[in-house]
Design a protein around this ligand. Structure first.
Ligand code: ADP
Ligand code: MG
Length: 319
């Protein structure tokens, strides 16, 4: 493969969790209502099966080419980011550093079509049996780039990063059924739900949960959270989303803590999931594939909306 592809791979897929995120985003972009993720050996082998719209046989090799995206028609669209994928480099980058098997079948196809790529070298397209949708199998990730392989953490750490990424994806797409197998064992099954609250209950496995929402000018926040008696020992149970993307954000994390001030003891952290939405042009979504940060035009509005969403409920209840 081209060196440029291997370099790109380092940016898009530093770790297996990033790869899983890219694949599942593609499934969701393709309209899948069911996504099944299997991973083995810390994510060095990954399979994602979806029931999305599938791909035409002639599009299979194209999908593995750099900057081959079916998701932007004009450069202008780049800034709208309606779908998650828009760069057209994820599959090409992953294909450059793994053995990738792409199998896909559309609604009107009588069978599925399959393409295999060995570290970027593509096979002919075969007709195979297969159900509606797309299956992508990644094997021997980074085997041709030992330096990168060396940077992976323990299998347990990579596995937990993968599961956290999938939790975040499930929290931002509650209408998609997600099934997860780790080393051949079913570890999570989250059926599609109608509400954020149900999804949080499925994923965080806690009850009771409370909801709140607030708006400050053009920024709206929705929160689902545990009561102050149900606390965590770290801030890891504060999940933040902006424009439905999972973000890490110190300021909004502080907003959550602020809402619980006086309700928690020292060393206690809230359990809360918060989604923040605003106008497309009022937030800068960082377009680096692995950075999960955004920049709000007016950060103080986002802070107040988040604190307000939690407080609206926290202040009413007699804790
Ligand atoms: P992007 O998502 O940025 O367009 P990717 O490299 O992730 O780029 O994918 C390349 C293309 O392959 C997509 O634009 C899409 O047309 C196709 N594709 C990838 N995954 C799927 C899938 N699960 N179902 C249908 N089409 C897919
Ligand atoms: Mg993509």
């Amino acid at each position: 493969p081209e060196v440029v592809d291997q370099i790109a791979a380092g940016e898009v897929v530093e770790r297996p969790a990033h790869l899983v995120k890219e694949l599942v985003e593609n499934s969701i972009d393709a309209g899948a209502t069911r996504v099944h993720v299997e991973f083995f050996d810390g994510g060095r082998h990954v399979k994602v099966i979806d029931n999305g719209k599938g791909m035409a046989p002639e599009d299979l090799p194209k999908a593995l080419e750099r900057f081959a995206t079916s998701k932007i028609s004009q450069t202008d669209d780049l800034w709208k980011l309606k779908t998650f994928g828009f760069r057209g480099e994820a599959l090409a980058s992953i294909a450059a550093v793994s053995k990738l098997t792409l199998t896909s079948r559309r609604k009107d196809d009588e069978q599925a079509f399959q393409l295999i790529s060995h570290y970027g070298k593509k096979s002919e397209i075969d007709k195979v049996g297969g159900s509606l949708g797309t299956t992508i199998l990644i094997e021997n990730l980074f085997e041709n780039t030992p330096a990168r392989l060396k940077f992976l953490k323990s299998d347990a750490a990579e596995n937990s990063a993968i599961k956290n990424t999938l939790k975040a994806m499930a929290l931002s797409h509650f209408d998609v059924e997600i099934r997860i197998q780790e080393n051949g064992k079913l570890v999570h099954f989250w059926p599609a739900t109608q509400s954020r609250k149900d999804r949080v209950e499925q994923i965080l496995e806690i009850k009771p949960l409370f909801v709140g929402e607030a708006a400050r000018e053009n920024v709206r926040a929705y929160a689902v959270f545990a009561d102050p008696h149900n606390v965590a020992k770290t801030a890891k149970n504060i999940w933040l989303f902006a424009q439905n993307r999972w973000i890490q954000d110190r300021s909004l994390q502080a907003a959550v803590n602020e809402a619980y001030r006086h309700l928690l003891m020292h060393g206690e952290y809230p359990i809360a999931v918060v989604w923040v939405e605003t106008d497309t042009d009022a937030v800068d979504v960082n377009i680096h594939p692995t950075k999960s940060a955004v920049k709000f035009q007016t950060p103080s509005l986002a802070f107040r909306a988040v604190a307000g969403a939690l407080r609206s409920t926290l202040e009413l209840a007699p804790w």
